[in-house]
Design a protein around this ligand. Structure first.
Ligand code: GDG
Length: 469
């Protein structure tokens, strides 16, 4: 296979194995925003994508799916447990989300992380053409940039971090804190969601490694006295707006939204939460606040329904098993206390839905609740805004999301403050149409102007500039 001028490296390949019409297994691209953003570049540059297929012990040769060259990295079942479910999702994820859940530190998980990161780096080194560009994604692969630079000093390397980077006092807990910083610093450009994440990273670099930092530029010393410059700054990610606009305009999806409203008993207001079932998303805080509003008599189930989609996630990690039990107990209690034969307090759905149904839900929702305790960006907030072409609806948004930096006209909340959250939910429910319109227009302008293509273009422009340094 010919070498690629542009290589993306991410934990997952953008494909799922599904059953074809005759029962055979085929690959279908998973329609994420990242694929949409990178597709034009992938085609133009004859790009390649290095990643895991999502199932253990699958040996596959490189192949093409819908025009993208895919290079599978094999993971054994033990590696999935130690590198992915362990170090990535039970060490880094909780640590980087402000230790909302206690991070687990295990040396054998770190060993697996090292081994798997090396495998990804080697696959990228094999795939990339001389003087090519490689863009590495996310917290599962923080060591890849430096490993790749050691193998291929000719490459221009970018890294984008999709989740928060923690304050130094928390980051310092990581037993392998210096190795991870050095891993990331192999990149020419290190992108974060928020300015605050970049600042925390620069602080960690200064305090742990004592490297010189000038603004966003880090002077990275080499082995033999020479040095290079790495840049760390914010590139807030966004959504591919087009499919959301298109789906929201379809009559059958609008009809489906009306059908959803009717099937909930035509409440005056529908509140909606859409999250992976994750402890970072503040689902418990949201449901607690809503339950208290019913308890206090400020809301009634005839008037209001909360629809909570909690899509299944990381079901083999203990913290997620406990979280599901807690949430389901809470939902059952609230429904038990408040449901009538005709109306439910909470319609709870522990399921994933097709995008069409998600857009119908966004259209049906008068109030969107995004109450994350910590979130790199939160694309759900942007998706909701994109679909609200009539400028109606209210976004309640946690200030601990990356989206809060941009979506200033949302109703902002601190989800830890349950009384404040209750008041915010009430003000969203009662907001007059004129104010909804004023806020939603401004929010939509922001999201439509800064879509995922603007994001990838600005990151790639920074990388191109790095190439000339
Ligand atoms: C990480 C960071 C950052 C969810 N359930 C269903 C479904 N979804 C879709 C949503 C949205 C996406 O999944 C979730 O994106 P988020 O940004 O909300 O959150 P994470 O999954 O935690 O993503 C986050 C992001 O990376 C990008 O950098 O923003 O901070 O944590 O698109 O719509 N989609 C469908 N059915 C579902 O049931 N079709």
């Amino acid at each position: 296979m010919a070498a690629a001028d542009f290589v993306v490296v991410a934990n997952r390949l953008p494909v799922d194995r599904v059953e074809g019409p005759d029962g055979e297994e085929i690959w279908r691209t998973s329609p994420g925003g990242l694929v949409a953003a990178l597709e034009p570049m992938m085609r133009r540059e004859e790009g390649a994508w290095v990643g895991w297929v999502g199932q253990p012990d699958v040996d596959l040769e490189p192949f093409e799916a819908t025009g993208i060259r895919l290079i599978p990295v094999r993971l054994s079942a033990d590696e999935v447990a130690d590198y992915y479910e362990g170090f990535a999702n039970d060490t880094i994820w909780p640590l980087y989300h402000d230790v909302i859940a206690p991070p687990q530190f295990h040396r054998e998980w770190w060993e697996a992380y090292l081994r798997v990161n090396r495998r990804f780096a080697e696959a990228a080194a094999d795939a990339a053409a001389p003087d090519g560009t490689v863009w590495v994604h996310d917290y599962q692969l923080q060591l890849v940039p430096q490993m790749l630079r050691d193998l291929r000093p000719d490459l221009t390397i970018g890294y984008f971090h999709h989740i928060p980077f923690p304050a130094h006092g928390l980051y310092a807990q990581l037993p392998w804190r210096d190795q991870v910083l050095r891993g990331l610093l192999g990149a020419d450009v290190i992108g974060f969601q928020r300015a605050q994440d970049a600042t925390y990273f620069l602080t960690a670099v200064r305090r742990r490694l004592r490297y010189e930092v000038k603004g966003a530029a880090i002077i990275v010393p080499g082995d033999e006295g020479e040095s290079r410059v790495a840049v760390a700054r914010a590139f807030p990610i966004s959504i591919d707006t087009e499919p959301y606009l298109e789906l929201a305009a379809r009559p059958e999806i609008q009809a489906r939204a009306a059908e959803i409203r009717a099937s909930l008993g035509n409440p005056r207001r529908i509140l909606l939460g859409v999250d992976r079932l994750d402890y970072t998303k503040g689902i418990r805080h949201r449901i607690k606040a809503y339950g208290e509003l019913l308890e206090d008599g400020r809301l009634s189930v005839e008037d209001v329904t909360l629809v909570q989609v909690a899509s299944p996630s990381r079901e083999r990690v203990d913290a997620y098993v406990h979280l599901r039990d807690e949430i389901e107990l809470l939902v059952a209690r609230i429904n038990g206390d408040h449901d009538t034969m005709d109306h439910s307090a909470i319609r709870y759905l522990h399921q994933g839905f097709p995008r069409e149904e998600m857009v119908a839900l966004y259209l049906a929702a008068d109030v969107m609740l995004v109450t994350a305790l910590r979130d790199g960006m939160n694309l759900v907030a942007k998706e909701y805004v994109a679909t609200r072409a009539d400028n109606r609806g209210v976004l309640v948004l946690s200030e601990f999301t990356g989206a809060a930096d941009e979506l200033r006209q949302a109703v902002r909340v601190n989800p830890h403050d349950i009384d404040g959250l209750k008041d915010a939910i009430m003000s969203a429910i009662e907001m007059p149409p004129a104010e909804q319109g004023r806020r939603m227009r401004a929010l939509r302008r922001r999201v439509l102007e800064n879509d995922v293509n603007a994001w990838s273009s600005s990151f790639l422009a920074a990388l191109a500039e790095a190439r000339t340094r």
